[in-house]
Design a protein around this ligand. Structure first.
Ligand code: FA5
Length: 372
């Protein structure tokens, strides 16, 4: 009896001290295994008289039960420790520099949109958006292009087969289309906010057009300023200030060339001076200087009084200017790409080359176009 008690005590302390599941298994075989001493002791009960058995059985049974419990709880503890060790081994070290990991990049169009927002926010402009699926009233009519206006044909518009009812109480059905420019955001913003107003509206626009400098979907940024005593000088100053900040150079020359847009009067096309350096167009300098030329970046002008009326403003009280620039074009010029179609191919190698680090947020203080 004393034997069983001391053997059990020794086994329990060996189990408590077992360092591995293998060591624990050896202890299980030595005690509860077929040839283990507890099993052998249990077998001896069969050969005993009933008095002997009554005397011996409780100690052996309790030894078996306490050893089985101890084995089980030690096993659970060792397994938990093994899991903890595995989890510790497999932990991701978040303090590793993220640049070392494979990474995506920011598309140049997104980068330029962030740069635009940063520069114009500094000039007190807010950012507006409008729907890409528009109706012809906002895209054309309210911009002084009625159904028969020849400028409608120049936009190579994608129309939907369906029509929509005028939602603003005006009668008649409207064509549904993919907006051909960001100018309908002018109308939506003036109708919603009234005046004074100072905003930019960057976004996608669509025209049935495709070659190295034209794609069926491209990006524009609209600028709109309405207030009292706004004149063409404000437009030129705003564009000049923007381009100097955007191209990060002071020697920017703009040429405002008389043009025609139904929604502005007078209308001017915006050209910027550049030179050709090793096959790359580099912005800067006067376009008429030797080795220089002018490149068109967008359209602009003073808002036509008819447009102000369509947008619910009194032209006797308010004037304004608007501009529309091709974002993809200014991105190409700033970052040196020469084929617009590559912008939308989704080629990882192109993005690896021309894309930007997500950590390279444009700020005016650090430089809006800093490269990673
Ligand atoms: C317009 O879209 C006018 N809404 C701009 C405007 C706004 C004028 C406000 C006056 C007041 P235009 O069709 O010229 O104008 O386009 C403006 C710019 O978008 C172009 O100078 C060019 O940079 C860019 N662009 C035009 N078509 C494409 C195209 N298919 N692919 C890429 N960029 C284009």
């Amino acid at each position: 009896m004393t034997d069983i008690t001391s053997q059990t005590k020794a086994a329990l302390s060996a189990i408590a001290a077992a360092e591995s599941l293998e060591a624990l298994e050896t202890l299980r075989l030595e005690t509860l295994g077929k040839k283990g001493w507890v099993s052998l002791a249990l077998k001896t009960l069969g050969g005993m008289s009933s008095e002997e058995r009554t005397a011996a059985a409780p100690a052996i049974q309790s030894s078996r039960a306490s050893i089985a419990d101890a084995l089980e709880s030690r096993k659970a503890a060792l397994e938990a420790a093994a899991l903890d060790a595995q989890l510790a081994r497999e932990t991701i070290d978040l303090t590793l520099p993220a640049m070392a990991a494979p990474r995506g990049s920011v598309h140049p169009v997104s980068q330029v949109m962030d740069e635009l927002a940063e520069i114009f926010a500094d000039l007190g402009f807010s950012v507006a958006t409008g729907p890409e699926i528009e109706d012809d009233w906002h895209n054309f009519t309210a911009l002084n292009m009625d159904e028969t206006h020849p400028a409608r044909a120049m936009h190579d518009t994608f129309y939907f087969p369906d029509k929509t009812d005028a939602s603003d109480g005006k009668s008649g059905e409207r064509e549904i289309l993919l907006r051909t420019h960001t100018s309908p955001v002018q109308i939506r913003s003036m109708l919603a906010q009234g005046a004074p107003i100072r905003l930019i509206a960057p976004g996608r626009v669509y025209r049935s057009d495709s070659d190295a400098t034209h794609t069926p979907m491209f990006h524009q940024v609209e600028g709109l300023v309405v207030g009292k005593d706004i004149h063409l000088g404000h437009l030129k100053w705003t564009l000049e200030t923007f381009f100097k900040a955007f191209f990060e150079r002071e020697d920017i020359s703009l040429r405002l060339r008389p043009s025609y847009f139904p929604f502005t009067e007078p209308s001017v096309e915006v050209d910027v001076g550049y030179s050709n350096q090793g096959g790359r167009r580099v912005v800067g300098g006067h376009g008429d200087a030797p080795g220089h030329a002018w490149m068109e970046l967008g359209g602009s002008g003073m808002i036509n009084t008819r447009v102000l009326e369509f947008a619910g403003l009194d032209p006797a009280e308010y004037q304004g200017f608007a501009f529309g620039l091709g974002i993809d074009r200014i991105a190409m010029l700033k970052y040196g790409m020469n084929d617009l179609r590559a912008f939308f191919d989704g080629d990882g190698r192109w993005l690896a080359h021309y894309g930007f680090s997500p950590f390279d947020q444009p700020t005016l203080s650090a430089g809006v176009g800093a490269r990673a």
